[in-house]
Design a protein around this ligand. Sequence first.
Ligand code: GLC
Length: 429
Amino acid sequence: MKSYDERIKWYKEARFGMFIHWGVYAVPARGEWVRSDERLSIQDYQPYVDAFHPERFDAAEMARLAKHAGMEYAVMTAKHHDGYCMYDSALTDYSSMHDCGYDFIREFIEAFRKEGLKVGLYYSLLDWHHPDYPHYGDRHHPERDNPEYQDYRYDFSRYLEYMHGQIKELCSNYGKIDLLWTDFSYDEMRADTWHGEELVRMIRSLQPDIILNNRMEASGEGFGSLIEERPEITSGDFVTPEQIIPPNGIRNYQGDPVMWEACVTMNNHWGYCRDDHYYKPACMIIQKLVECVSKGGNLLLNISPDEEGALPEEQISILKEIGDWMSVNRESIHSCGYSGIEKPEYGRITRNGNRIYYHVFENQFGGIPLPGIRKEQIASIRMLCGNPVRISDSWITSNYPELVFADTREDPVLPDQTDTVIEVVLKEE
Ligand code: GLC
């Protein structure tokens, strides 16, 4: 069995992945929480299930977009909280396979593998369709305050059997799964409730190299035992801050860096939302990806196909724009992490061994300071976009003899206004 360091290696180097939230909720198009938000019963939701006959889901195209964007892995929703399965499950008819003959998870896995990306599956521990999941009084269930369910009897052990069984199917029927993203724990619904230990042992026996997130025992609100002195078997392999980049990265009880992945939407919804056009621009997402890497984390950026399975135009163009930047600058992202050098005012620094990447977000007068290095250490220096860089020997910077500067007098405007990357290769010591 591989050690944690061996298992986590590809994931740590990947730095950038695609999240795909897609399910029946794309039909009402008000986000994946629509049943809970609007207290929709199973019957209220059924017309959307009946209308879900997507004919435009093109996994190969999505995989190409992800690859072009410089993403190295992707995670797709096999089942979300609404309980609807996007794959072929022998344990329920509530699935795309049963209703329209498509196993979208298989399509996703095959297409992304073909592009050389790692594949992950999202699986909701919550299930608002299963009769044995707590209804009344639960914090999130669509029937949580419906008096008709007050005396409703359910047998949670039957749900556990179902949920464990489905995870077993996903870990058995699709070849190698690189990552499993279970979601999520809250209130009484925690690792013990899920029979988490048993679940993790089963998952790891079927997929020995798999990487697990921390949500079997934590939610976006807590980090779980991975950062504690004695992690539990259910702690997972990485922490999952949601819609935020941790201000100082994430460290464990000893102050050592812990692997994390920020999951973020392009607009404000995970599942397709027709009226949500509040998109973050590509330039912002690029700078935030750099921020994640400089703090030792990954970025999992979400896309949300519509009811037909097609990607909204805005999402396609954001991915393409990120890809254009990545095609020039990917080596400053992949396999990079903490630089150990304090963040400069104009941007951020990432590092891969003796290669240091200065990400310059702002034009500078005269020279760009390159902290953390001495002139004699430099083996080579260049911009990743190909422009030469001259080290300043001008009187302008001579008052700061301890700092190296890139001279910008002849190029006052950065070639890339989003992020111009200066690579410094240090001499081997
Ligand atoms: C959440 C939400 C969910 C989303 C996810 C992504 O906790 O419940 O809808 O899929 O996290 O991080």
